[in-house]
Design a protein around this ligand. Structure first.
Ligand code: NAD
Length: 418
């Protein structure tokens, strides 16, 4: 994975690219390239042996013109202030592209959770929740899971917030477990929107997804569910990977079996039914119909993009292609369907969770999946209409045009505050 591209600069470049197709003053557009505020804090946390460790943590609130800030919290040793700022910006445009009433935010702690016990992680999470308390709230800023966080951490944050505020406010955070106010269908939502985007993309491009060869990079929450649901469309998932490496099978994998293997052994490598093991880079350059990057940002830079042989890329991860990679793939006529649409299922079902929390009325999984399908297919249709009507060079730029226009409308309707 390239270390070179700064994700915040990538975000700003993506906004600049789209700005050429939006009718607005430069000063108004400039505002869309910077966060409104960023919390940087140091969390002192007691370890099990009584010592104290200090962890850097961030929360960026990028833009709130369309509603409360919304976005996940990531636990990863590679978290940086610029990464969190970029991720918070992508959330603004993601919420706008699928037209849900949120702005964008994101948080992160510089930590490798594998190095800590559950009780240490609970104290770390509660300490972060305490720092976040003045900033968050169901009408202010609503965190959610991201890389290496899930229902457990969300439940801890909700409990800390509600205890300190002496209230019941499950909508302060989404991605909770069902008994703590989570929504049916939330865990699978990101992979589901990736599958829906791939399905609509193949339809738009007049290609059959049934029988298509698919490679999926990353076998966490987003990647493995995308692999499973795309396999259910009768596609051949011929390669998958995680941080330990990649596996390949010409006739395609059963993604559920691979997941069982990963649950048992901790990685996809070593799976008994694979024809061969590959490097992560080999997976990204396989000659497949569809490539789904579902790991971290900057997985494909300009140099690697020269070697990408997939015909269609659907981004489950946030920011997996650098702007250079985008240029190279556009020149090679590879269609890239961007993250802000393809992985928007997570935030869309988070929105449904928040709606259900506020109404204290819970939907069935079928209803959640139906509503999600409507949101993603509407957003897809809107995206391709904009792509065709504006002459934008690629789907990403067209998606930003849709999103920026929506954010600007909300901003302009709000008028100026002296
Ligand atoms: P996760 O931690 O569950 O999974 C990440 C996976 O990527 C793991 O399997 C890990 O081993 C793998 N990985 C890490 N480095 C790799 C490498 N170099 N090569 C191959 N695999 C590698 O995280 P997730 O929730 O699935 O998130 C993945 C991506 O999707 C992130 O970019 C995240 O921001 C984005 N995303 C997730 C959600 C969600 O609801 N989970 C929503 C929107 C976007």
């Amino acid at each position: 994975m390239s270390e070179q591209a700064n994700p915040f600069e990538s975000l700003q470049e993506q906004i600049d690219d789209a700005s050429a197709y939006v009718d607005a003053d430069a000063d108004v557009l400039a505002r869309l390239k910077h966060p409104e505020r960023v919390l940087e804090t140091n969390l002192s946390v007691e370890m099990d042996d009584g010592s104290v460790e200090v962890f850097e943590a961030y929360r960026s609130q990028f833009n709130g013109d369309r509603g409360p800030y919304k976005g996940g919290i990531r636990y990863h040793p590679g978290v940086t202030r610029d990464e969190v700022k970029a991720l918070s910006g992508w959330m603004v445009y993601k919420c706008a592209v699928v037209d849900i009433p949120y702005g964008g935010g994101k948080g992160g702690i510089v930590v490798d959770p594998d190095d800590y016990s559950e009780s240490e992680l609970e104290r770390l999470t509660r300490s972060f929740a305490e720092e976040l308390r003045p900033l968050i709230g169901e009408d202010r800023d609503i965190p959610a899971p991201d890389v290496n966080t899930g229902q457990r951490e969300m439940n801890w944050i909700k409990d800390t917030y509600e205890t300190l505020e002496n209230t019941t406010e499950p909508g302060v955070i989404t991605g909770k477990s069902p008994d703590s106010g989570g929504s049916a269908g939330r865990v699978a939502a990101t992979g589901r929107s990736t599958m829906l985007t791939a399905r609509e993309a193949f339809d738009y491009l007049d290609r059959d997804i049934a029988g298509a060869d698919v490679a999926v990079q990353g076998y966490g929450n987003a990647g493995w569910i995308a692999a499973k649901l795309i396999h259910e469309l009768d596609a051949n998932v011929v390669a998958v990977s995680d941080s330990s490496g990649a596996i390949y099978r010409e006739d395609g994998f059963n993604p559920v079996d691979v997941k069982h293997h990963k649950n048992e052994t901790g990685s996809v490598t070593g799976y008994h039914n694979a024809d061969q093991e590959l490097s992560n880079e080999d997976l990204l350059t396989l000659d497949v119909d569809l490539l789904v990057p579902a790991a971290l940002e900057n997985a494909i830079d300009g140099d690697l993009a020269e070697e990408v042989s997939a015909d269609v890329v659907v981004e489950a991860a946030n920011g997996p292609l650098t702007p250079d990679a985008d240029d190279v793939l556009a020149e090679s006529d590879v269609y890239v369907f961007p993250d802000i649409l393809a992985n928007a299922g997570g935030v869309t079902v988070s929105y449904f969770e928040w709606v259900q929390n506020r109404q204290r009325f819970y939907w069935t999984e079928d209803r959640v999946n139906e509503e999600l399908e409507r949101v993603i297919t509407d957003a897809f249709d809107n995206l391709v209409d904009t792509y065709e009507s504006t002459g934008a060079p690629n789907m990403r730029t067209a998606a930003y045009v849709v999103a920026i226009q929506r954010v600007l409308e909300a901003y302009e309707e709000g008028g100026n505050w002296p």
